[in-house]
Design a protein around this ligand. Structure first.
Ligand code: BJ8
Length: 424
């Protein structure tokens, strides 16, 4: 953190100050060990280091200032929730997924043991008084994706009183598309009611252009990782994708493009974050929220480089842009519904697009191997891993299931090192 004292702000938000100080200590130590110890980092990563150092400080202060100015803050857990609608209603959109094992005992009062770490974490963070984002939010938007989240949102609403749920269908038939369009419209109306601001075509176009610009910057970053040597580590690229869910979108886009300018130079000069010829791994599967850096730390600590994330904190979030060619709000909503229903989450059936996307990404990023990462008890991704393994031929494939704890670190490291040996 910077030198500024945010204690009053955290206290006013109702955080548990003692627990919170402990969390920040652990986080800053982990960041130092995992991130700041990397060699050959791009200079432009300094901005992202700064964002992380202020993730519970300056960014929260900015969000609270936006609230003071009359903007509504909307927290989300899933890339199906359309950020464009939040922005068009002059709201601030922030991701709430958490990637650390925190407050498990408290979460255990609401959740069975066999719940995925991501759900346990967002419940644990709230119940332990550790998340300034949840406390700042005026509305928390859930969605009916996996069963765990769907049911956890009921308890989360009992605790916070601010959960709104979008119904995401699980197939993509004509009837499902109609249902989803009506859900998108219902969310638009909810945002208009919450903000007291109309959503106009002009306002919507501005919002779409901001979100598309952010996605284009992330796509650019993704493409640059195809170079050998990779100009940026997987850890750093993962961090940029994680920060995209918290930061101001316009500033984020500018800083990510600045990073990409530097990476362009590195590619021209042949400068890499890893050695030329280092085994290249595509990571695929469940999302990795801040500060879940475990898998990338193991991969890159074993001499390989992670060159892509086929994940919601990665390609699934930015792969498709929204068509900006519309002239009414209704037309915009149809285009938006169609763009979002194109997302290939494992919660859908069938979900063959995802398999095609894994193959295409492995090819475009010149991956030598694929590691399929499922959070333990994440049934959709655990099940789909088998299908992906059978379908992907010609690229060595490894399945792992893990959680946020460090208990299996040694065991995972041994397995991953053996896998990387095969790729050399
Ligand atoms: S679109 S991946 S962000 S639902 S890890 S809570 S699926 S049991 S996060 Fe997700 Fe939206 Fe899909 Fe993406 Fe459930 Fe699995 Fe836990 Fe998960």
């Amino acid at each position: 953190m910077s030198g500024k004292d945010y204690t009053k702000m955290w206290k006013d938000l109702g955080l548990n100050l003692e627990n919170h100080a402990g969390l920040l200590d652990v986080l800053s130590k982990a960041y130092k060990d995992i991130y700041l110890s990397q060699k050959n980092r791009p200079k432009a990563m300094e901005y992202f280091d700064f964002v992380i150092s202020e993730v519970h400080g300056l960014r929260i202060e900015e969000i609270l200032n936006a609230k003071e100015a009359g903007r509504k803050v909307v927290g989300t857990f899933c890339v199906y929730v359309p950020e464009e609608i939040v922005l068009a209603a002059d709201g601030v959109c922030i991701g709430l997924c958490a990637g650390a094992e925190v407050g498990s005992d408290e979460a255990g009062k609401y959740l069975p043991r066999n719940t995925c770490a991501l759900i346990k974490a967002f419940m644990g963070f709230k119940l332990s008084g550790l998340c300034p984002y949840v406390e700042s939010a005026d509305l928390i938007v859930g969605e009916t994706t996996c069963d765990g989240k769907k049911k956890a949102y009921e308890s989360f609403n009992d605790i916070t009183g601010k959960v709104y749920v979008m119904e995401v269908p699980h197939m993509k038939t004509t009837e499902d598309r109609k249902l989803w369009l009506s859900e998108v419209m219902r969310f638009k109306d909810k945002m208009v009611a919450l903000s007291g601001k109309e959503i106009t075509v002009v306002g919507f176009k501005k919002a779409v252009s901001k979100v598309n610009a952010k996605r284009k910057a992330l796509q650019r970053l993704s493409r640059l990782r195809a170079a050998d040597p990779a100009p940026i580590s997987g850890l750093d690229a993962l961090l940029v994708n994680q920060v995209s869910f918290y930061d101001d979108p316009v500033r984020f886009t500018e800083m990510t493009n600045k990073l990409c300018d530097e990476l362009d130079q590195r590619v021209s000069n042949g400068t890499g974050a890893a050695a030329k010829g280092a085994p290249r791994i595509l990571v695929s599967g469940s999302p990795m929220a801040i500060p879940n850096w475990k898998l990338h730390a193991i991969i890159e600590g074993s001499g390989a480089v992670a060159v892509g994330e086929e994940s919601c904190i990665g390609e699934r979030n930015h792969r498709d842009l929204l068509d900006e060619n519309f002239s009414t709000v209704d037309e915009a909503m149809e285009k938006l519904a169609s763009r979002y229903l194109g997302i290939d989450c494992a919660c859908f059936t069938p979900n063959n697009e995802r398999i095609d996307n894994i193959k295409a990404l492995a090819k475009s990023l010149k991956a030598d191997g694929i590691i399929h990462y499922s959070l333990q008890f994440c049934t959709p991704y655990m099940m789909e891993a088998y299908k992906a393994e059978r379908a992907v031929t010609g690229v060595p494939f490894m399945r792992i299931e893990t959680d946020y704890s460090m208990e299996d670190f040694g065991q995972l490291k041994t397995r991953i090192e053996a896998f990387i040996e095969i790729l050399r």
